[in-house]
Write a protein that binds this ligand. Structure first.
Ligand SMILES: CC(C)(COP(=O)(O)OP(=O)(O)OC[C@H]1O[C@@H](n2cnc3c(N)ncnc32)[C@H](O)[C@@H]1OP(=O)(O)O)[C@@H](O)C(=O)NCCC(=O)NCCS
Length: 183
């Protein structure tokens, strides 16, 4: 995308259950772009279908405990952030920790500021709701994410892991205090 010539505004809004189809398809594309770095094999194909299908997002969207903010341009979904209040983590000390569960922007629209707008919107909503810290985990092999969050105020708080289908992957834990947000 030519960033300099794109005058179409990107708008943010809260998701509704009707958005499950587009969120699931966008999430599948971004997931594969990010994690299928060697191509597709059965384990990652199953993981993509099991965690990113529209049918998986529909009940999450229907439960108000899950918060989704969408980024749209010309009526099309180009990214979303998913977060959840009051999610403890063994390595996180906070009164009201919120978890940033997914920040996904279509590659075609990356590096245009959409991710940062979504991230800041989630942090502002979380702080407004009383959260004092946002945490997230990112795959250690995701160099872009590992560079991205520290530039946005997140501190690397150590190593965690994620397992599926008998394989274990190292993740980094990132945290950001939300004290300064909204003040
Ligand atoms: C990581 C990710 C969320 C970043 O989203 P993004 O929309 O590209 O992020 P931004 O555009 O806000 O910022 C990225 C870079 O673009 C540049 N940028 C931001 N706004 C810009 C603008 N208006 N014009 C030109 N460049 C811009 C910045 O230089 C920034 O780099 P920096 O970190 O050195 O400051 C996105 O790449 C993504 O979805 N990746 C795949 C999924 C993933 O890994 N998610 C995170 C783990 S859950």
């Amino acid at each position: 995308m030519n960033r300099m010539q794109d005058a179409h505004p990107v708008t943010l809004r809260a998701a509704t259950p009707d958005d499950a189809l587009c969120i699931g398809v966008l999430a599948t594309q971004v997931f594969l772009d990010t994690y299928a770095t060697e191509g597709i094999r059965p384990a990652i194909a199953r993981e993509a279908r099991a965690t990113m299908a529209p049918e998986v997002f529909a009940p999450l969207l229907a439960d108000p405990a899950n918060r989704f903010i969408l980024a749209e341009r010309l009526g099309h979904l180009i990214g979303f952030v998913q977060w959840k209040p009051d999610q403890p983590h063994a390595m996180v000390t906070a009164r009201r920790p919120a978890e940033l569960q997914r920040l996904y922007v279509l590659e075609r629209f990356s590096s245009t500021g959409v991710g940062t707008r979504l991230l800041r919107a989630a942090e502002a909503d979380a702080a407004k709701g009383g959260a004092d810290l946002m945490w997230l985990t990112a795959w250690s092999g995701n160099a872009r994410a590992r560079a991205y969050y520290p530039r946005r105020g997140y501190v690397d708080a150590g190593t965690t892991s994620y397992s599926f289908e008998g394989e274990t992957f190292e993740n980094r834990l990132f945290v950001r205090l939300l004290d300064a947000v909204n003040s």
